[in-house]
Design a protein around this ligand. Structure first.
Ligand SMILES: NC(=O)c1ccc[n+]([C@@H]2O[C@H](COP(=O)([O-])OP(=O)(O)OC[C@H]3O[C@@H](n4cnc5c(N)ncnc54)[C@H](O)[C@@H]3O)[C@@H](O)[C@H]2O)c1
Ligand SMILES: N[C@H](CO)Cc1c[nH]c[nH+]1
Ligand SMILES: [Zn+2]
Length: 438
């Protein structure tokens, strides 16, 4: 077997260190080229293109009239999923709802900026949002929970899920269960770039939406980038990634266990263990085979591809400060701080979309419903974006109100600046001319 990638920062030159920060989605050109004709086909042919791509790309038999999941299919899904799974979905949704209700902004705020002049924000839901729920290298009821709950809490009136069909033309049963429990009843059988295009342009069956949220494979990410002028593509959420930051207080075997969580998503995922402790690094390396022995063949193959390739492995740093610097440069989607005293490290981390603290908060717990959103920016976008939230499903309108008593001071300043900027109508509107009409 090829060896797990092991890097010592002290031995890396600048180019090699920069290489470790790359993700599989850094260069999407190969995908973009193939996605272009898919988008064009959906724009011009609508449902017929969705049916064709379902057959070609998902090997799925979906009929033109069957692109929308029926109420009966959702009812039937409850009979196909174990009670334990339904219970876990309900538990997760309950936590996610509690978290996002706390996050929900007030419908309006208005402050007296100066005596007699008021300004604030009014928050209203986005009218229509499409939710992409991936399926391929896994089924993702948890993504349904993470995307649908904040959308429902925000009050989006027109919500629809798009998700790839299986070869028998069905949608993952637990995804349908999660959709109904979360409060979304419209589900379309379409995946990949064709789903993003359908949400952007609409087809005979799929209603167009103003925005699309939800993570996906590079096909989905590439389509969102190409369609950014037609539909709001939301935060960039591509192949999953994580850093396990371990200090000297933990066992390396535990770090290895958690390193494998996000590494098993797919060969295009990224996962690093970052530690300044050589003991932790070496214990982790030694423990990987025993962890692999417990995993399924497919997940072993995916995580080995990640950890022996260019997007994962073990990074042994020169010091704790060097570990913090590496994490902040990398700006991971998920960060786990493995330490008996994780809070001592927290202040040093500024660039990470999700920070999970201590040995009892592994990434799995947050993925499946601790409360915070597990749909997060990837590929270093954590430097400017945060997790998916209620805020992604609303927009702000600012509100202003100037009373007659406050008006003169504001009008004087506006006249002066209007004149300076050369806008005569702007100036007249706040000059003596106005008095004639009040
Ligand atoms: N960032 C997050 O919050 C987050 C959460 C969950 C999952 N993920 C990531 O989402 C991704 C899910 O990927 P997936 O593959 O399981 O599901 P997916 O639904 O994103 O991709 C599958 C679809 O891709 C399209 N496709 C596949 N091969 C193609 C080809 N050759 N040409 C054109 N289109 C093709 C098909 O339409 C298929 O339906 C993973 O990378 C996972 O790590 C991210
Ligand atoms: N790790 C994913 C977000 O990057 C979420 C997820 C769902 N299921 C398993 N994992
Ligand atoms: Zn995961």
């Amino acid at each position: 077997m090829t060896e797990v990638s092991f890097h010592e920062t002290a031995r890396l030159d600048q180019a090699a260190r920069a290489g470790l920060l790359r993700r599989s989605e850094t260069d999407l050109s190969a995908f973009t080229e193939k996605v272009h004709p898919i988008i064009e086909a959906v724009r011009t042919e609508g449902d017929a293109a969705l049916v064709r791509f379902a057959r070609e790309l998902d090997k799925a038999d979906v009929k033109a009239g069957g692109l929308k999941v029926t109420e009966a299919e959702i009812d039937a899904a409850f009979g196909m999923v174990d009670d334990e799974v339904v219970e876990a979905i309900r538990f997760g949704i309950d936590n996610i709802r509690r978290f996002h209700e706390e996050q929900k902004p007030e419908a309006m705020w208005l402050k007296e900026i100066r005596p007699g002049a008021y300004a604030g924000d009014r928050i209203t839901p986005i009218k229509s949002v499409a939710i992409y729920v991936p399926r391929g290298k896994g089924a993702f009821p948890s993504v349904t929970m993470m995307t649908a709950v904040p959308a429902v809490v925000a009050g989006v009136p027109d919500l629809a899920i798009l998700t790839p069909p299986a070869p028998d033309g069905s949608v993952d049963a637990a995804t349908l269960v999660a959709a109904r429990i979360a409060g979304v009843e419209t589900v379309y059988k379409a995946g990949g770039a064709q789903a993003v295009a359908a949400a952007a342009f609409g087809t005979e069956t799929v209603k167009p939406a103003l925005k699309i949220v939800g993570p996906g494979s590079p096909w989905v990410v590439a389509a969102k980038r190409l369609l950014a002028g037609v539909i709001d593509p939301g935060l960039p959420a591509g192949p999953s990634e994580s850093i396990i930051l371990a200090d000297e207080t933990v066992k390396g075997g535990l770090a290895a266990l958690d390193l494998l969580i996000e590494a098993e998503h797919g060969p295009d995922s990224s996962a690093y263990l970052v530690t300044h402790s050589r003991r932790v690094a070496e214990e982790a390396l030694a423990a990987l085979p025993e962890h692999w022995a417990r995993m399924t063949e497919q997940r072993v193959a995916f995580s080995k591809a990640v950890l022996t390739g260019s997007y994962g492995g073990i990074v042994l740093t020169a010091s704790l400060e060097d570990s913090y610097a590496f994490v902040n440069d990398y700006a991971p989607e998920h960060l786990e701080i493995l330490s008996t005293d994780p809070f001592r490290h927290l202040a040093h981390i500024t660039e990470a979309a999700e920070i999970l603290m201590g040995p009892h908060t592994p990434v799995s717990i947050a993925n499946f419903g601790l409360g915070p959103n597990a749909v997060l920016p990837t590929s270093r976008w954590a430097r400017t974006y945060g997790p998916l939230s209620v805020h992604d499903f609303v927009k702000r309108s600012s509100v202003g109100y100037v009373t007659a008593s406050a008006y003169p001071d504001f009008a004087k300043a506006a006249r002066t600046l209007a004149r300076y900027e050369g806008f005569s109508s702007h100036e007249h509107a706040v000059s003596d001319v106005r008095e004639d009409y009040l």
